[in-house]
Design a protein around this ligand. Structure first.
Ligand code: NAD
Ligand code: UDP
Length: 319
């Protein structure tokens, strides 16, 4: 049985990865320090004989007994309000944490995939973003702690590949959504859905003309799985290229949720990218992957999930 270590296992993407690898017949070791994650995301796996969980901060030395075939490093705060609240932990998990996991991969002779992000392109001057674009990042801006941690993570990973011959994979993930997102993580989908459920106005930051391209979690997990199993070591964009303005998106949420609330406009956070859309032709070419799930269906499934949350969980939104 192949053994895989998944860091950030109690988070949104990490928990879906645990499910996918269990379903593919792997022995899965999940690791998380629960700083932004929640054990309820993997509670259903605790009875599974092929799953175990380590409560551990990966910025500290990482020890896993036995052999490992694969490592997926997904531990990191991911939403702007999280990494603004814990900027130093964000820098540490991208740098020290990545270093520990690359060292572990080398010791175990395992293949490692690291979770990078569209944020390495910053506020992009090239549109849509292709993997060969170097990006436009403000290192000392509020988002710098996340963006630069991820850029350093990519450099360190490439150095382990080039210097030690380690088998590495780098996925640049674009805005992904779905069940198990935290309602209070500040990202636009949980924010709008939470507001609709609580009967509050939807808050749009800036004039709402900024764009994003939203990928449903099942498509994202499939792309990551295929990349890990491929023989391609350079960064690959995985995301959904259907671009939409935040204004249009708010209208879609109003239609979907049936809320009668209005839209209220708030100031745009500093360095909030004006546009974002992945060019996924590389993923299509080398992985034969492209997103399949229509936004309408993905949003419906996500809203169903948020509707199952208790009134108390709904209230936790305040921040
Ligand atoms: P998340 O916050 O739901 O999950 C991250 C998990 O990492 C949490 O469970 C958290 O507790 C854990 N973690 C953080 N620091 C840790 C540490 N030092 N030691 C151990 N565990 C730690 O976020 P997510 O959306 O699931 O993101 C997962 C990964 O994917 C991140 O690396 C993120 O940068 C990347 N990513 C996500 C998106 C997206 O749209 N969701 C986009 C781009 C990149
Ligand atoms: N946004 C918004 N209202 C909210 C939350 C976010 O208008 O309540 C905007 C945000 O400013 C950004 C876009 O929606 O332009 C996507 O934000 P998110 O935090 O989901 O992701 P990111 O900015 O990291 O792409």
């Amino acid at each position: 049985m192949k053994r895989v270590l998944i860091t950030g296992a109690a988070g949104f993407l990490g928990s879906h990865l645990c499910d996918r690898f269990i379903n593919e017949g792997f022995y899965v070791i999940g690791m998380d320090n629960l700083i932004t994650g929640d054990l309820k995301n993997i509670a259903h796996l605790f009875k599974n004989a092929f799953f175990e969980f380590y409560h551990h901060d990966v910025t500290k030395f990482v020890h896993v007994p036995g052999n490992l075939d694969y490592i997926l490093h997904f531990a990191s705060p991911a939403s702007p309000i999280d990494y603004l609240k814990i900027p130093i932990q964000t820098l540490k998990v991208g740098s020290l944490g990545t270093h520990n996991l690359l060292g572990l991969a080398k010791a175990k002779n395992a293949r490692i995939l690291i979770a990078s992000t569209s944020e390495v392109y910053g506020d992009p001057l090239v549109h849509p973003q292709t993997e060969d674009y170097y990006g436009n990042v403000n290192a000392i801006g509020p988002r710098g702690v996340y963006d630069e941690a991820k850029r350093f993570q990519e450099s360190l990973t490439m150095a382990y590949h080039n210097f030690h011959g380690l088998e590495t994979r780098i996925v640049r993930i674009f805005n992904t959504y779905g069940p198990r997102m935290r309602l209070n993580d500040g990202r636009v989908i949980p924010a709008f859905m939470g507001q609709a459920l609580r009967g509050e106005d939807l808050t749009i930051f800036g004039d709402g003309n900024q764009t994003r391209s939203f990928c449903y979690v099942d498509d994202q997990i499939d792309g990551i799985y295929k990349l890990l199993m491929s023989d391609y070591h350079l960064p690959v964009n995985i995301g959904n290229p259907y671009e939409i303005t935040i204004n249009e998106f708010a209208q879609e949420i109003i239609e979907l949720t049936g809320t009668r609330q209005k839209i209220s406009y708030k100031p745009l956070p500093e360095n909030d990218p004006l546009q974002r859309k992945p060019d996924v032709s590389l993923a299509k070419k080398i992985l034969n992957w492209e997103p399949k799930i229509d936004r309408k269906i993905g949003l419906q499934k996500t809203f169903e999930y948020f509707k199952t949350l208790s009134a108390e969980e709904l209230k936790k939104e305040e921040h």
